[in-house]
Unconditional design. Structure first.
Length: 607
């Protein structure tokens, strides 16, 4: 199979930081139609190449960067790429995705994936310039934050390089650390800590190649249909106007906006944090990732001390705003700046601050434990002080930067209201008010996640009753398969407000020439990939016991709003979901289902 004429480079670059050696290997050609690329390729390589049970921060943990067949093409939002590893925060399989401008340069340099193994003795930068691969010393960059390191590297090598880098929290291997390409991030699961454990400060890419699609005429037709679907969507128009914050007030009305560390689902100052408010008072310019016709990103006007960010997005605003009872836009902009500038995940940072505020108000943590900070809900100064400490990894910031689960382990009294699943802090939809989303949080491979098929339409479109569990297992199962192919083809999800799976299928078939006769065959690829990720977690020792939610969701009825009195009835949704997936009662895929998905053949692995 000539993959180079099917939107692939047919090359994986492998860099062993312990030995300093590089090599390239071809893609698993016959297997590619079954795993597609992106998430599928990352999960496949993880399953076959990574030993189970390794320490996530040891040289034995690998970092898999991967793009998909659509990365670098003319498809809408085709700059997408991902990173898969064993997470230090959750010890699960963990994949995270990013827009920006790095993904397509790896492809133009000639690689579908980059696998980083081992660990360097001293800080290094990996430079990928087509087939010229080099490791350079990064001693002079260690300790620099994201924009400083990025600028210094561009000053040294040239302005045309794309830079992926970590800040001090990544260097010091904190669970909250992400990997940043300018203002865009591989944010979740502590991937920055894994990069720091390898003494890898940055990866620079530059490429002169291009992507060849299989059937250019068919691809052009599919492209027209895809762009038309994106343009005709009212949601993408809203995204352009108000960014992802366009949904904040709706989520608040539905009683699902997590407030005061999930004690409530409605925030009294929500109007102040709407996309409309930010647009009127704070934003002055759009931002678009590579190849994006939507441009949901927004730059803020400079604050009086010239501070500017790209953001804040909805998830960031929930976490650092209502979750901490902060309704002041400028404070949220400043909190967002600390996270982006030093390289930490905003969702997790807000989760930590919300938890610590509640602990302090309940008398379960003292100012002495927090370097004299007295965090109460709504206290902007305390929130800024805590986030600064996590960003600089100073004082209490050293252990706060390990995340909510680690804090609750240190202070067991906080366990009932430590808002995480499997060790990953919760996204911006209150599970008690959105039952299908609750199931997604409980089951998603990397921990609490809204991006692996959470049926958020239950809150926005009126297509399902958000407070009912009826039909939610099926809804989540279908969305999960869809999302797995989007992450494997590698497009941003937001064109999906206009494009449906059919338009994605048409693009992928034209670009790759793979024989997926109907959309349902394409969906099966998604189910196969999700199941492969589940198999990795099963191998790591996870099963039904880990598919759970915090006590606050399972046993503490919501107070106020449309979800007043609601808890999450998780067990029946889990049973139904496992049944639909062909998993046993403990959440382990059955041999029959693995065979149907062509994941095993008899007792052997077939892919
Ligand atoms: S819609 Fe937003 S996140 Fe998606 S590619 Fe465009 S700018 Fe990036």
């Amino acid at each position: 199979m000539e993959l180079r004429k099917r939107s692939y480079c047919d090359q994986v670059l492998r860099v062993n930081l312990s030995s300093g050696e590089f090599e390239t290997t071809p893609l698993p050609g016959e297997t590619m139609p079954q795993i597609l690329g992106g998430k599928g390729l990352g999960a496949w390589m993880f399953y076959h190449e990574q030993s189970p049970g390794v320490d996530p921060l040891s040289p034995e943990n690998h970092l898999f960067f991967h793009n998909g067949p659509l990365t670098g093409t003319t498809a809408p939002t085709a700059g997408r790429f991902g990173c898969t590893t064993l997470s230090p925060a959750t010890r699960t399989y963990s994949d995270t995705y990013c827009g920006g401008y790095w993904g397509q340069t790896l492809k133009y340099a000639g690689y579908d994936a980059l696998v980083v193994t081992g660990a360097a003795q001293e800080p290094v930068v990996l430079v990928i310039d087509d087939d010229q691969i080099e490791l350079r010393s990064a001693k002079h960059l260690w300790g620099l934050n994201i924009s400083q390191a990025t600028q210094r590297l561009r000053d040294e090598l040239g302005q045309d390089w794309q830079v992926l880098t970590i800040g001090p929290p990544g260097e010091k291997q904190r669970n909250l650390a992400g990997i940043f390409n300018d203002s865009r991030a591989l944010a979740r699961g502590g991937v920055g800590a894994v990069m720091g454990s390898k003494n890898l400060k940055a990866i620079l890419t530059r490429g002169s190649g291009s992507v060849k699609v299989h059937d250019p005429d068919r691809y052009q037709r599919a492209l027209q249909l895809a762009f038309r679907a994106v343009r005709m969507s009212s949601e993408t128009t809203l995204l352009n106007r108000e960014g992802t914050l366009n949904i904040l007030e709706i989520v608040n009305v539905m009683g699902a906006l997590p407030t005061r560390n999930f004690q409530q689902g409605q925030f009294e100052a929500a109007e102040n944090l709407s996309g409309d408010s930010f647009r009127k008072h704070n934003w002055n310019k759009d931002y678009a990732c590579f190849g994006c016709p939507i441009a949901c990103g927004k730059y803020t006007r400079p604050l009086e001390d010239d501070l500017v960010i790209e953001g804040p997005e909805y998830e960031t605003t929930y976490a650092l705003g209502p979750n901490c009872a902060i309704g002041d836009r400028e404070t949220i902009i400043r909190l967002n700046w600390w996270c982006d500038e030093y390289g930490i995940d905003t969702i997790s940072a807000g989760g930590v601050v919300g938890l610590v505020m509640e602990m302090f108000e309940r008398g379960q943590i003292a100012a002495d434990d927090l370097d004299g900070i007295e965090p109460r809900f709504g206290d902007a100064g305390a929130a800024l002080a805590l986030v600064e400490k996590m960003a600089k990894v100073e004082g209490c910031g050293e252990w706060l930067g390990q995340g909510v689960a680690a804090i609750a382990e240190k202070y067991p009294g906080a366990q009932p209201y430590a808002m995480h699943v499997k060790g990953l802090e919760m996204p911006a939809y209150h599970p008690n008010a959105a039952k299908g989303t609750a199931l997604a949080y409980a089951v998603s491979e990397r921990g609490a996640c809204h991006l692996r098929g959470a049926p958020l339409g239950e809150l926005f479109s009126g297509s399902a009753d958000p407070l009912s569990i009826e039909g939610k297992a099926q809804l989540f199962r279908d969305h999960q398969a869809d999302k797995a192919v989007w992450d494997s083809a590698c497009l941003c999800y937001f064109p999906g407000y206009g494009m449906k799976l059919k338009e994605l299928w048409q693009l992928v078939v034209a670009a790759t020439g793979f024989d997926y006769p109907a959309v349902k065959d394409f969906e099966l690829v998604g189910e196969r990939i999700s199941t492969l990720a589940r198999m990795i977690n099963v191998r790591e020792g996870f099963s039904r016991e880990a598919d759970t939610l915090p006590m606050r969701n399972l046993g503490q009825p919501m107070v106020g709003g449309p979800a007043d009195g609601h808890v999450v009835e998780l067990a029946p949704m889990l049973d139904e979901y496992y049944g639909l997936m062909g998993w046993d009662s403990q959440g382990v895929p059955t041999p029959q289902r693995l065979k149907t998905l062509q994941l095993i053949n008899g007792h052997d692995h077939s892919i």
